[in-house]
Design a protein around this ligand. Structure first.
Ligand SMILES: Cc1ncc(COP(=O)(O)O)c(C=O)c1O
Length: 340
């Protein structure tokens, strides 16, 4: 067991979990990014954005980091800012889950809200406009701007190296949620650079516009591009083989069914990607390996996705959808006798 001196030393080397396997040996592996500090993948790119900004002189000692964030990026930046002696201002809306905001505060971040209390709509564009304005008006401040920052995708190159180390060249499909695009396309680009022929499948909520319209509201958090927001520069359509849309009902039903069936808590956006992967698994070539990045764990969504009242009030609770996912999990249970 290694002794570390910085929380960021604990980033990476996250485990792989086999969730499903078909009779033909096609398997769905989950890379459990919730095992990173902050319980999410985003801290990988938060560190990269800060290190690169230091190197280019855009961030100087004692400076202020500013970012528009739905939560996980903010958590990652809060850790890195605390470690490296920066102030950190997170521009947030009430769509973010309360625990993420409380944890950012605990690590010394200043929170600036763009929406009034009780308004839980996603406000990505308003957040970004305010963050850009604040960065201009604040002395020695750097807007990390995850949606347009090349360091975002670079922060995930290590995911590709970890996958290659664990699986050799044996990764046929990468199925992941797409928000800024950093995690899917950063990982995929590095896998392809290593010579992998991996097929790249992006997943976004119904209502998100990166893979075509129509746009509309959705509750999956940390993923998708809402109508009116600009599609991030990390979304690389040349690398994308297929873009899939998953409804909130199916994404959340999947997160809930996976928790109840296997005891693994995954977040709502990972639920969307797992739904897309599970649905296709049996039709994929024999022996194929599918990898999904679980961006964060379900523990962050106890008062939303895993709260029946919250789900029912929004028309999202669907025992039928959950039963459908449970049937797929049982049909493709990778444990020999069906018990874990
Ligand atoms: C909850 C959540 N969903 C989805 C994603 C994927 O986002 P992106 O495309 O910005 O990498 C992330 C990022 O790690 C996330 O934390």
């Amino acid at each position: 067991m290694r002794v570390v001196t910085r929380v960021s030393d604990l980033i990476g080397n996250t485990p792989l979990f086999e969730l499903a396997r078909t009779a033909t040996g096609t398997r769905l592996l989950l890379k459990l990014e919730q095992f990173n500090p902050t319980g999410a993948a985003k801290i990988r790119m938060a560190r990269q954005m800060v290190l690169d900004a230091e190197e280019t002189g855009q961030l100087r000692p004692g400076g202020t980091i500013i970012e528009s964030t739905s939560g996980n990026t903010g958590l990652g930046l809060a850790v890195i800012a605390a470690e490296r002696g920066y102030r950190f201002t997170a521009v947030v809306d009430n769509h973010a889950c309360r625990d993420k905001l409380a944890a950012m505060r605990a690590m010394g971040a200043q929170l600036v809200f763009v929406a009034d209390e009780g308004d839980d709509q996603l406000a990505t564009s308003a957040r970004e406009d305010l963050a850009a304005r604040m960065a201009k008006e604040t002395e020695n401040a750097f807007f990390t701007e995850q949606h347009n920052n090349p360091s975002n995708a670079v922060g995930y190159h290590a995911v590709a190296h970890e996958l290659t180390e664990a699986l050799g060249g044996d990764i046929d499909y990468l199925v992941c949620p797409v928000g800024t695009g950093g995690s899917l396309f950063g990982t995929a680009r590095e896998l392809r650079r290593q010579g992998s022929g991996v097929r790249v499948i992006g997943v976004e909520p119904v209502g998100s516009i990166a893979f075509g319209g129509p746009g509309g509201p959705y509750y999956q958090s940390g993923t998708g591009t809402p109508p009116g927001a600009e599609i991030g520069t990390a979304v690389d359509y040349d690398l994308l083989d297929e873009g899939i849309k998953v409804s909130d009902v199916d994404a959340f039903a999947t997160a809930r069914a996976v928790a109840a069936y296997s005891g693994l808590m995954i977040g709502g956006s990972a639920g969307g990607a797992v739904f897309a992967a599970l649905e296709r698994l049996a039709s994929l070539p024999e022996g194929a390996t599918v990898v999904t990045l679980v961006c964060d764990g379900g523990e962050k969504y106890l008062d939303t996705v895993f709260d029946d009242r919250w789900m029912r009030a929004r028309g999202l609770l669907s025992p039928e959808a959950e039963a459908g996912v449970t049937r797929l999990l049982a049909a493709h249970d990778p444990t020999a006798d069906g018990s874990r």
